[in-house]
Design a binder for this molecule. Structure first.
Ligand code: PRX
Length: 634
């Protein structure tokens, strides 16, 4: 990916700046002087059943936010807004993929009623505070209702991306010991009916799932015997439901993320701090105001869909567009039509989506005026300068603030991004550190890097309120993220900082790859390949891709008869279509160290076309000739 580290910076338009919640440098200054006071002030914007005793405590084994505080997320998303007069305002505007199907709108009051009915139904089924509930749902309103209903009764949700294969579903359910699963009979994707029934039947085998609740997505109409119909459940329930008073540090949800070893890391988020960060970061980064219509294209199966697809917009009382399908289906400009037809003025997407829009756009894009857009933002992977400029000029029409938001499942919310009313915005740079957050960039010796020098990005205590509070049932794994008595957290990304305070994320410091902004472990994909009989050795590395950012490339040493198609099919079956490799190379040998470890770093360089690699570490440097030849022939 070519990048010109242009020094050009852009500033917010006068209008965006004037109307923004935050348009003064003084917010940064005050937050830096006293981060705890800053976050405490923000926490006052939520409804607490009981106020916290202490804003933050740090011990050798961890840290806590808003200690002693009691609140409920669903109450804060729903009743708090209804009391403020937003009862009839549209909370959710659901757009089905088929254009001939009706758009569904739910006001804050209607969303509360449905949430309450479903929460009552869950209670009736025996779900209690602290129980883990799996949600394997596509982008339909019932997904939001299910999340809010869990929040209401203190059940811990674990959302599983509906495009994950049954193996992935199975492992995630096992690791979190979920006892109820909410799913649907299917959904639409690029015009096809995607059936979830079979995947669920296989996915719950050997798990603790005792009950399956199934939403009937219109036009599918299938259910398995013994499964409970979602619609049927709601019928006899009251639309009033008492909320569970949650302690600030009670477990709120678990979201398993990919670890470098191919394992799932079930990341834990708690109630109080996460709510404060979701509310505050939405207000600061997206500049949510009452009349806004916001669209986040991220799926609820990922952290973006949790924080900025569901909780942050609802906490901030805006109208959210929730779209079921593919952004470029049935026509390439569907995404642009959705923005225009729904008067979206805040748009959050991924660099991969922006590159796809750009590649597919053609002249037609100029007929869209995008007059309403005030903030357009990306997340999940670095955005290259070309895509950034296209986004700014063609979508933002040089008026919208363009944000590159950097954060992780672990941080719960944005930790680096310029603010739309303050700026500046600089192509390929994530921007400034969020107020009240302290980050550093360290060299190999653990000292601070100089300006413009690349090093490892870390965050210092008190981190941010939405920071993860644990890895489910794996204290040791949790502690591995931290150093210095749990006061320094490593984000595992490489970055550098410029004199103006702008931070550029250079890439991951570990073996994880980002495919279309989705975090994947190469080991997880390798394990899928190795499960085919006849595979002797396998190594997977990421290769830069002009659309998806990075794509997996497979190197295998296999018995004759194994085909590329078999390997690709196995990956799609075991991991899901997002992990589909762009190329499979059949090799005679893989480069190894003297102790027999495959040197993936060398393969990574070769697929990127780098000639100079360090062969001294290899026991079999001759293996490279055949690999180089295969890559060249491509
Ligand atoms: O490597 C960074 C990259 O995505 C990782 C976090 O992935 P995940 O937990 O799946 O969360 C993605 C959505 C928040 C980070 O460690 N990343 C995220 N945002 C950016 C980014 N890399 C560069 N620029 C970004 N804006």
């Amino acid at each position: 990916m070519k990048q010109d580290f242009s020094r050009k910076v852009y500033w917010p338009s006068k209008k965006v700046s004037r109307e923004a919640w935050v348009n003064r440098e003084s917010v940064y200054v005050a937050a830096e002087r006293n981060p705890l006071k800053f976050w405490e002030g923000q926490a006052e914007n939520l409804a607490w059943f009981k106020k916290w005793r202490k804003v933050f405590v740090q011990g050798p084994n961890g840290f806590k936010w808003f200690v002693g505080g009691k609140l409920n997320m669903s109450y804060n998303c729903l009743e708090r807004n209804i009391s403020a007069g937003l009862g009839n305002k549209v909370a959710l505007r659901w757009i089905p993929e088929p254009k001939n199907e009706k758009i569904v709108e739910l006001s804050y009051r209607e969303l509360l009623e449905k949430t309450n009915r479903f929460a009552n139904a869950l209670r009736r089924l025996g779900v209690k505070k602290g129980d883990v509930v799996g949600i394997y749902l596509p982008m339909i309103p019932e997904a939001v209702i299910s999340m809010l209903a869990c929040a209401r009764i203190g059940a811990v949700h674990i959302v599983i991306f509906s495009a994950f294969a049954s193996d992935g579903l199975n492992q995630r359910l096992k690791v979190t010991r979920a006892k109820v699963l909410i799913t649907s009979d299917g959904y639409y994707r690029k015009g096809s009916k995607i059936d979830l029934i079979e995947k669920v039947s296989a996915g719950i085998e050997g798990t603790n799932i005792k009950k399956v609740i199934c939403v009937g997505r219109q036009g599918f109409g299938r259910n398995r015997r013994g499964w409970i119909s979602f619609e049927g459940l709601l019928k006899n329930e009251s639309d009033m439901c008492e909320v569970e008073e949650m302690d600030s540090e009670d477990l709120f949800f678990i979201l398993p993320e990919s670890g470098t070893g191919g394992e799932f890391i079930p990341i834990m988020h708690t109630c109080g701090g996460y709510a404060v960060q979701a509310l505050t970061s939405g207000r600061f980064v997206f500049d949510f105001h009452e009349g806004d219509v916001y669209w986040c294209t991220g799926d609820i199966g990922w952290i973006t869909g949790h924080t900025y697809g569901v909780y942050s917009p609802l906490l901030n009382g805006v109208t959210s567009v929730f779209y079921e399908g593919a952004l470029n289906y049935p026509n390439k400009e569907r995404w642009a039509e959705i923005i225009e037809e729904n008067h979206v003025n805040i748009f959050y997407t991924s660099p991969t989506a922006v590159r796809m829009f750009e590649q597919e756009a053609g002249r037609k894009i100029d007929s869209f005026l995008f007059k309403n857009l005030k903030v357009i933002a990306t997340v999940g992977e670095p955005i290259d300068e070309y895509a950034w400029k296209w986004f700014f000029e063609k979508i933002g029409k040089k008026k919208a603030s363009v944000l590159d938001t950097y954060w992780q499942t672990e941080t719960g919310g944005v930790v680096i991004s310029s603010l739309p009313g303050v700026g500046p915005f600089r192509p390929t740079f994530a921007g400034r550190v969020f107020p009240g957050v302290k980050v550093g960039i360290l060299n190999e010796r653990g000292g601070r890097t100089k300006l413009n020098e690349t090093g490892k990005l870390v965050m210092f205590s008190p981190f941010c309120p939405g920071m993860m509070r644990g890895v489910y049932r794996d204290e040791k794994r949790y502690r591995r993220y931290f150093a210095k008595g749990m006061k320094v957290y490593s984000l595992d990304d490489l970055a550098f900082k410029c004199p103006d305070g702008m931070i550029k994320i250079v890439g991951r410091a570990d073996d994880l790859i980002k495919i279309s902004g989705h975090r994947m472990s190469t080991v997880e994909i390798e394990n899928a390949v190795s499960s085919l009989s006849g595979i002797e050795e396998c190594a997977i590395v990421g290769r830069s891709d002009t659309l998806k950012g990075t794509v997996p490339v497979v190197f295998v040493k296999a018995k004759s008869g194994i085909t590329e198609e078999q390997i690709v099919r196995r990956i799609v079956e075991k991991v899901g279509p997002i992990a589909k490799p762009s190329r499979v190379y059949f090799v005679e040998d893989l480069p190894k160290t003297k102790s027999g470890k495959i040197v993936r770093g060398i393969l990574r360089k070769l697929v990127e076309g780098e000639e100079a690699v360090d062969v001294d570490v290899l026991s079999n440097p001759e293996s490279l000739a055949g690999i180089r030849k295969l890559i060249k022939e491509d």
